[in-house]
Ligand binder design. Structure first.
Ligand SMILES: CC(C)(COP(=O)(O)OP(=O)(O)OC[C@H]1O[C@@H](n2cnc3c(N)ncnc32)[C@H](O)[C@@H]1OP(=O)(O)O)[C@@H](O)C(=O)NCCC(=O)NCCS
Length: 205
């Protein structure tokens, strides 16, 4: 896979966000999984069970981060929406594309989208050892709310539960939750901190 040298600045205009639920994307995602190493495939559940979630369009939304000029799909994010809550099930970038600001921009775009969908609470679980992911979540206003002992297998590890309350003023009263989509350019969400105010993190109960 093409890898940019770390000193090469990322141009967010080169990235698009695509909904992964319809052809050809499930197959593209399958091939993306095949390119990942075994440790990541098992540690982040990159397999058939996840691919089957793409069909549960009533609750599950999966989005890919796509770079048309190469190498194609560089990562994905998936969440379940239930009433005013959403649970982020996955956020994963190809290792070649990590630590360049993409994960933060992608998640920020998702949070803006979720707020427009009138989501007020976001939840997720993360491995205790995933320090970069935990730091990313804290940067965007998530707080740690609990833990589950030995929750993950392969390898066995505790889960840290995290939550974030989205600012309610972002949930536009006229927003049509059905027709909204997160698809589009990553560009809009790239400049951290300017377009989304998560407010003071609050402990979720
Ligand atoms: C977690 C993940 C999506 C983050 O995406 P990323 O593009 O690598 O992260 P970014 O470059 O956008 O950095 C976002 C934040 O992560 C943290 N971070 C990044 N690199 C870090 C490092 N070397 N050490 C500590 N924290 C780091 C920082 O808080 C950073 O925010 P900042 O730049 O404002 O300081 C990505 O690393 C990934 O796919 N990891 C493997 C899968 C995973 O762990 N998923 C989470 C499962 S719940």
């Amino acid at each position: 896979m093409e890898e940019l040298p770390s000193e090469t600045p990322i141009d967010p205009r080169e990235f698009r966000i695509v909904r992964l639920g319809v052809d050809p994307w499930p197959e593209v995602l399958r091939r993306f999984f095949d390119r990942q190493d075994e440790e990541d495939r098992s540690g982040y559940f990159l397999g058939e069970a996840l691919l089957s979630e793409l069909k549960w369009v009533d609750v599950a939304e999966y989005y890919g981060l796509f770079r048309p000029k190469g190498p194609g799909l560089v990562g994905f994010l998936g969440a379940w929406f239930v009433d005013g809550e959403a649970e982020i099930h996955h956020i994963f970038l190809d290792p070649s594309w990590r630590r360049k600001g993409l994960g933060k921009a992608f998640l920020r775009r998702f949070m803006e989208y979720a707020a427009k969908r009138r989501v007020v609470s976001l939840y997720l679980e993360v491995r205790r050892s995933s320090h970069i992911a935990r730091s990313l979540y804290r940067r965007l206003g998530f707080v740690e709310t609990g833990e589950r002992k030995n929750y993950y297998s392969c390898p066995l590890e505790d889960a840290i539960l995290m939550g974030c309350r989205l600012p309610e003023e972002r949930a536009a009263p006229s927003a049509d939750g059905v027709s909204l989509t997160m698809e589009g350019s990553l560009h809009e969400g790239f400049d951290a901190g300017k377009s989304l105010r998560t407010g003071e993190p609050r402990i979720l109960r």
